[in-house]
Each structure stands twice: as C-alpha cells, then as structure tokens.
Write a protein that binds this ligand. Structure first.
Ligand code: FBP
Length: 554
C-alpha cells in the first residue's frame, strides 16, 4: 500500500498521556470522590437507573505496584455517529492499555457503528492492524453508523452477542445521544446481571457534548483548526483581490460552537451565532440588514470585500423561519405530498403553497431566493419533513443581503459593489489527521477506558480534564454518565438524556467575540492560523482551542 510521508511519520508519533497514567499500568490505582447526583430531575433519573445512579466520580492516581497479572478480558468497541478526528486513537489507546494489563486481552471492533453489535459483525484487533491507523483521521478502521441502541429487544441481542464472545465490557465512542444510550445499556446489563460493563467516550466535532465534566468533545479541536486554516486563506485572498464577499457555512448541526471558534481564530467581518439569533428573535430581514450594514460601511471606506461565517443550523433559530418550516411539514404531511408532487409546474406548486401557508409565513417564503424556495419543497427526508441541514444558508443570506443593498442603491445610500462567493466547510474537517491535542486526548480517553474496565466500573464516561494545560498535568478518571443527565421531551415522551450544550451567551468565548466583533466587521482584522502543525515547538503544535482557553480563563 502506498502511504504519504506524513501518514508514515504519524504512525511513529507517541501520543502524550496524562502524567498520572505514565506510571507502570500496574501501579495506577483509583481514588474515589463523593457520590454523584444527576444535573437535574434527580428522583426521576434515579428511578430509571436504580443500579448505576449515584456512583462516585473517580480519578486515577499512582498507587503501589501489584504483582499479579489481571485476569484475561475481552472487550468490544464501536464508533457511533459522524466522523471526528481522533477516533482511531481512542481505539489504539484502549488496545495498548488492554495489552499492557494482560497480553492475552482481546479487543473486538464491531463494524459500522451500533448495528455491528446487533449483527455481530466484528474484527479482532492485532498489532499489525492497529499500527496502520495510529494517529490518523477517519473512522475507517471499523466504520461508524447512526443506528440507535435504545430498545429492550436490541439490548437483549447485544447481551447475547456479548455472552457469545465472553465479553467483559463494551466501549461506546459517540456523542450525546450515543452516550445516553450507553448509560441505558449499562443499566440494562446491571439489572440483568450480565456482568458486562459499558464505558463511553465523548466524541463530536460539533463541540456540543460539553458540561461541567466534559471540557471538550474530541474532534472539535482538529475540525475547527482545519476550517480556520482555510477561512484564513480565504481572508487573505479576499484582502489581496479586494473584490469578493465570501459567505462560508460551517458544520456543527444546531449549536454554533464551531462557527464561534473559527471566528475567534480568524476574526472575520461577520459571524452569525444561532443561539443569539434565537435569543434576540431576529428575523431574516434583520440579519440581512446587519450584514448589509457591514458591507456598506466597508464599501464606504473603499473595502468592497469581506468574510462572513454562517453556522450550519442558523435558519432553525430564526423564529419566523422555523414557523415556516413547521407549516410546510404540515402542508405536505401524509398523502398531501402526492397531490403537491403531481402538480406539473413550479407556478402551480407555488399557487398551492400560497393557498396553504398563513399570510405571515407566506411573507417569509416570498423573500427567499427561488432556489431555496424549491429546496424547501423538493428535498425532503423519508418522513416528508424539510431537510433543514441541506438548506444552503450561505446562499440564502448573501441573496438577502444583495436584495437589501439593491434597495439601498435605489435610495441612493449605497454606491458600492457586492460580489458574493459561497463555501461550505464540513466534511473537509471531520477526518483530518488529528492535531497533537486530539491525538493525545483521544489516546488518553481510550487508555483511561481500559483502566475503568479493569477496575470494574459500569456506566462511566472516560474523563480526561485540565485540558488547557500541558498533557503532563491532565487529570484522568471517570464520571458516571447518569451525573450528566436530565429529563427532556423527545418525540412526545419524557426521556433521560445528556443535555446538548449550545453556545452560552453569558460564556467567556461569546463575550470575547461580542466585545470585538464591531471592530472586526468594520476593519480588516483577519488572522491567519495556517495549517495544523504536527512537528515543532509546543507553542505552535500543542495549542488548544480559543474556546477552551477562554472558558478556562486563559
Ligand atoms: P455527530 O453529532 O454524530 O458527531 O455528527 C456531527 C456532524 O458532523 C454534524 O456537524 C453534521 O450536521 C452531521 O454530522 C452530518 O451528518 P452526516 O454525516 O450524516 O451527513
């Protein structure tokens, strides 16, 4: 197989473990903290998790060397949900720690995400196999998937599969939903005395799996650095050519953590924050006006160029737009979609829409560019709902800004030129070679997971904290997943879930952005982070995100 020089070099990279995990693995022992409580709805969560609720937080510390080799274990691992840089290192850290504990330990990788566990589709890892994936991006080592493990029937099948392989534990590498499911599976295993443990690891580039216990999810660091590199390059091009406004949509699903971090790294002229749009109940016209003001100001100062970052989920946070989406979903519910689809021309479809929407939603619909109008009706998910994530919001906002500027031109208040270009950065960042931070963090999460298994914990999340400091000072341990849970309404039912973290408008990263964005919008203050550095001085290679540094008061 041909491999790139960087790939070869990264195979050799030795990820940094937290200082406390650098002792001989037989010398690491457990320090128990106090019993935990869920973040809210304590009685309900306790009733739902009678066997796994209230356990203590633990940290690993140096203890006395044990001279007996731990009993042989078989562990299963899955990758769940969207790709995030570093997944391969969670698996290699887990593998190395298991082998260090007992060379006869076995690690099975279940293929294609949670469905691999149900279908009993797996590979057994060996040194040669693992070595080809160390410190590389992607989830291709075993693949991933979005099947949800949540029903009693599925749990019973997984218990059978675990029994068949003599498995002692399963490690679930996933986001908030997957770790919620990990907690429910752990409770099932405990309630049915299967003896199988479940350990979670916090993954997602979106950065929305974050709370008092999880400082950051893995992958966020590398993905945002990858997008920021390219945004910085675009800024430099914009500032060189001085003739385009670039509208850049960045991935991140609902939360705007990715957009905010990229803005902190590159200081663009505009960055929308969905959570603020919702808080201020901004309309599409207000957002377009806000951007048009920046375009006009810069144009009046001879700068007919700029860069605007648009978070993936922003349109869902615009109240009038989400009302429009609900009305469209209602308008085409069930068989009504067939009547709509049978109409031969867009003009007839438009008349159907005009009849079906309220006057307020029709006003919103009318101002959308035709391409977006059609997207709302034509590209629908299997349940017939509008696929909000497919809406090209970067094009939507640039079109609305162009309309607003045309009005201002007519009124004689704006005389500039506005040429827009569009970009979407998402998949480009999800499988990049993990930064040193993500390579180290992920390897530590996996290594730590093996120690949690060895020490008999069930329903715990592999926790590595103090992450804004050098790896030597990181703190390794575990937290019961139930500690992070509350009750939320999902699909018409009250469910125990890990709360998704949106950008906090009172938080330090947003406050920093808010304090500077006016200056960034008017002047050209771009910063150019450049490519992720893997080799060289720690001050350029081991940087954490601005978000984490600001949250930690640095
Ligand atoms: P996870 O929440 O599973 O980590 O996935 C994150 C994400 O990359 C989002 O940012 C994006 O909206 C979504 O996945 C895209 O999903 P898909 O890979 O199915 O297109």
């Amino acid at each position: 197989m041909t491999i790139s020089p960087l790939q070869k070099a990264r195979y050799e990279y030795a990820p940094k473990l937290p200082g406390m995990l650098r002792h001989g693995i037989q010398e690491i022992s457990v320090k128990e903290g106090l019993a935990t409580q869920s973040v809210a709805d304590q009685e309900k969560i306790q009733a739902l998790f009678p066997n796994t609720y209230g356990k203590p937080e633990i940290t690993f510390v140096k203890g006395d060397a044990k001279d007996v080799t731990p009993s042989k274990k078989t562990v299963g691992v899955i990758l769940s949900g969207g790709q995030a840089p570093g997944g391969h290192n969670v698996i290699s850290g887990l593998y190395d720690a298991l082998k260090a504990l007992n060379p006869e330990n076995t690690l099975l990788g279940f293929k294609g995400g949670p469905s691999g566990l149900i279908e009993d589709s797996y590979v057994e890892f060996t040194d040669e196999f693992i070595d080809e994936y160390r410190n590389t991006g992607g989830f291709d080592i075993i693949g991933s998937g979005r099947t949800k493990l949540e029903t009693q029937e599925q749990f019973a099948i997984v218990a059978e599969v675990a029994k068949k392989h003599g498995m002692n534990a399963i490690v679930i590498i996933g986001g908030d939903d997957s770790n919620t499911n990990a907690a429910v599976l752990a409770e099932y295993f405990a309630a049915h005395n299967t003896g199988v443990q479940v350990i979670g690891a916090p993954k997602t580039i979106d950065g929305d799996l974050k709370n008092d216990d999880i400082e950051t999810s893995f992958g966020f660091d590398t993905a945002t650095k990858t997008y920021s590199e390219v945004i910085g390059n675009i800024e430099r091009d914009a500032n060189s050519a001085k003739k385009y406004w670039h509208f850049i949509k960045v991935m991140g699903r609902s939360a705007s953590h990715v957009a905010l971090e990229c803005a902190l790294e590159t200081q663009p002229n505009i960055c929308l924050i969905s959570e603020e749009v919702a808080e201020k109940k901004m309309s599409l016209a207000q957002i377009a006006n806000y951007i048009a003001d920046a375009v006009e100001y810069r144009s009046n100062h001879g700068e007919n160029f700029g860069v605007a970052i648009i978070p993936e989920g922003v349109v869902e946070f615009v109240p009038e737009f989400s009302t429009l989406i609900s009305e469209i979903n209602e308008l085409l519910a069930g068989s009504k979609a067939d009547a709509f689809n049978a109409l031969p021309s867009w003009a007839e479809k438009y008349a159907f829409i005009e009849k079906g929407l309220t006057a307020e939603s029709m006003d919103v619909f009318k101002i959308l560019p035709v391409g977006i109008q059609q997207q709302l009706f034509l590209e629908r998910d299997p349940h017939g709902n509008v696929q909000v994530s497919l809406i090209e919001s970067e094009k939507l906002f640039s079109a609305l800004v162009a309309d607003e500027l045309a009005r201002r031109k007519e009124a004689g208040t704006y005389k500039g030129k506005f040429n827009a270009l569009h970009h979407f950065f998402g998949y480009e960042g999800r499988c990049a070679f993990p930064s040193n931070f993500d390579a180290d963090y992920c390897y530590s999460l996996g290594y730590n997971a093996a120690l949690l298994i060895e020490n008999g914990f069930n329903g715990y999340l592999s926790k590595v904290s103090n992450l804004s400091k050098p790896a030597e000072e990181w703190v390794a341990g575990g937290m019961p997943i139930t500690k992070m849970m509350n009750m939320e309404r999902r699909h018409g039912e009250d469910k125990p879930v890990i709360r998704k973290a949106l950008v906090e408008l009172e938080g330090k990263p947003f406050k920093f952005f808010e304090a500077h964005r006016d200056e960034w919008s008017k002047n050209t203050c771009y910063t150019y982070p450049g490519a992720i550095q893997y080799y060289g001085p720690a001050e350029v290679c081991d940087l954490t995100t601005h978000t984490l540094a600001l949250e930690k008061g640095e």
